[in-house]
Ligand binder design. Structure first.
Ligand code: ADP
Length: 159
């Protein structure tokens, strides 16, 4: 059984994340989209909300499940018996951070291999923070997120 985890904050999940998740799911028997509960950044959605949104938008993909986690990513990978940790690469600036994290994770656990997938052309400049910023400023983000995510942002904006 080949298992991979795809870790991140997913605040909220957007089409660039979904694209990486779908493509990774084609490479493994099971993909666990792992939602980091307490990242070192300000969040719009709670971990329960981020998990619920990701679960609903990824529901059509049979071999993808969504789990929250805390603590070390490699420990979470180990607990699931995952052999790989998938990350997405957009621009050069992502590379430096991903490279550092991959080497650190390699030191922490040689049992988990980091695999980076290149973004698809249309999502190269898509990020959760940009989605939130454009939405709050009144821009149309419907081509960038699943309709359920758009609805969740609208509810949050009205609250
Ligand atoms: P983090 O909080 O770890 O930066 P994110 O939720 O922002 O996590 O992203 C999770 C992963 O998805 C990261 O590897 C990130 O580089 C990748 N990612 C984010 N947006 C895109 C995109 N548009 N295309 C490809 N990969 C992406």
């Amino acid at each position: 059984m080949r298992i991979a985890i795809y870790p991140g904050s997913f605040d909220p999940i957007h089409n660039g994340h979904m694209d990486i998740a779908q493509r990774a799911a084609n490479l493994f028997d099971e993909l666990v989209l792992a939602i980091y509960a307490r990242p070192d950044k300000s969040l719009l959605f709670s971990v329960e909300e981020r998990v619920s949104l990701a679960q609903r938008v990824m529901a059509p993909y049979d071999n993808v499940r969504v789990e929250p986690y805390d603590g070390l990513t490699v420990e979470f990978a180990r607990s699931l018996r995952a052999q790989a940790l998938v990350r997405g690469l957009r621009v050069i600036s992502d590379f430096e951070r991903e490279y550092q994290m991959a080497l650190m994770n390699q030191r922490l656990s040689s049992a988990v291999e980091t695999i980076c997938l290149m973004t698809s052309y249309e999502y190269a400049f898509l990020s959760s923070s940009l989605v939130k910023e454009v939405f709050i400023a009144g821009g149309d983000i419907s081509p960038m997120v699943h309709p359920l995510v758009l609805a969740a942002l609208e509810v949050r904006n009205r609250a």
